[in-house]
Design a protein around this ligand. Sequence first.
Ligand code: PRX
Length: 632
Amino acid sequence: MASYREFHQRSIREREAFWREEAERIHWHRPFAQVLDYSRPPFAKWFVGGETNLCHNAIDRHLGARAEQKALVWISTEVNAERSYTYRELHAEVQRAAAMMQSLGVRRGDRVIIYMPMIPEACFAILACARIGAVHSVVFGGFAAASLAARIDDARPKLMITADGGSRMGKSVLYKSLVDESIRLAQSPPAHVLIFRRGLDPEMPTVAGRDVDWAELAAKQADAQVPCAWLESSEPSYILYTSGTTGKPKGVQRDVGGYAVALASSMERIYCGRAGETMFTTSDIGWVVGHSYIIYGPLIAGMTTILYEGVPIRPDAGIWWKIVQDHKVSVMFSAPTAIRVLKKQDPAYLTKYDLGSLRYLFLAGEPLDEPTHVWIAEALKKPVIDHYWQTETGWPILSAVPGVEQTKIKYGSPSFPVYGYDLQLLRESDASEAGNNEKAVVAIVPPLPPGVMTTVWGDDERFVKTYFTTFAKKLVYATFDWGIRDGDGYYFILGRTDDVINVAGHRLGTREIEEAVNMHSNIAECAVVGVADPLKGQMPLAFAVAKDTSKLGTADGRKHLEKEVMETVDRQLGAIARPRAVHFVTLLPKTRSGKTLRRAIQALAEGRDPGDLTTIEDPNSLEQLKGVLAGP
Ligand code: PRX
């Protein structure tokens, strides 16, 4: 077999031949006429003229060989339930959901916002959208009403699908009432809201004419048969909002054909998941990892996928390993924060269960620190593969690719550029290529491979401006991550170049949090930075200037306003974005042209040297910052 290096080189040098072969992994209703249309850089269209369907590849295609195999296993340690669906049953459920959506007027190209907890019906809804060519936009359940409203106004959905409630650590979270509030705030509300009742909110109010009960509608569509809509490869499959430098989240748009091919390929070459085996991805369906590797990837590969509603330490810290044992999981995918949480628990849980079936543990979403990498690899005695990617890319950018070659794992490194990615480390100053051991911006030379976002929903210009204009001299996709390559060709990711932070694997924009803080009526302005946190990787920390400072002279007064500001953030964005603390100052460190010196603030907050401060307008601001950080 070719070495991975040669394999990667071929994927770039013979790009079209390479992807033509990979495209054979999926079913094409109509073959494509052209592998790649790159006539309008940086927009790439993959498998032009080909017609396919994600739901067909995920379900129908397997009915011949594996109709009675489990496709989806739902395990909830929140409501203590377990249910599984064979491919045949999943096929029926998805057709029912598709017919329900059609009866509510949803047609090809319409958007459907899905705001649901980790329950099978969320998967049915997602796959049903794919089936009929509706564009789903799943919003993470931790986002608050105002965030949801912003997404409603950008996607302008025909329908929203939700549940009465979810549960986290045994506490109910009321989804439906939050959806009601978001619709009150939105300018372009959907005509209908479809609600799956779990019995978690007995008092749930409904709006006549708008709200529709899932079970009632499902009863009318019990034996529905809904054929797959054959979509042109480049038609949109979904929108997934993600944070960037500005306060306004971007709708990452994905295609159909390129995504299906990239996932099918990655399932074999990267994850080494085989049909009939089980994959357990511990993410949430609201994040890209959930889209690609809870739902589409493992199903396209003919695997059984596990949907887990719960946390890693309830009922105890052995729950994930028990799931691995009971369901003979062969591939597992999680995030570094979860491993750091487990590291604090009794290590006996790691040896309590038979993990014989497990081949690999993949980790992504945030930097994996070396001690955590070493700890989990030694505890499991299995290869633990750190791999790096983004919502934008939909599948890995940097990874070991054990399906091609078993390369040595270096702790702390996500190994090498994945095939299809022409990755470069570019110097910020002049876009020239950095040498080994030199920190630079991780960039991808377009055309971007199949599976990667095709544009920003409704805004081609923003796509180009956001991702392709970092370097005036070179048309390249900027990841907004710093990286470095060592002498052996291994890459290391060193954090973001922009104002995005990563809290327990959740990607958040500090600007969004600043806008949320500013919503408090007594806040004049603020700066939010990410500071290192031993468990969550990073936490937001806010520095705010109050309008009325009369009550801030006492510790109690400051505490009171801090609490109110935190509650405002909870309401605007969700508790995941709540700052660790809010410090009050009378001025923020800014340049003479008025730009907040975020990097300097972050350095001070982390106890580092703030670097060059010659452009600062008023050095007093730094003294104040140091004062509040030192405490009373
Ligand atoms: O900064 C990088 C970090 O997470 C960002 C992407 O987050 P998100 O869009 O939520 O997608 C997560 C998909 C796995 C990246 O720009 N990141 C992701 N994986 C790693 C990472 N940082 C270091 N090491 C990783 N393995």
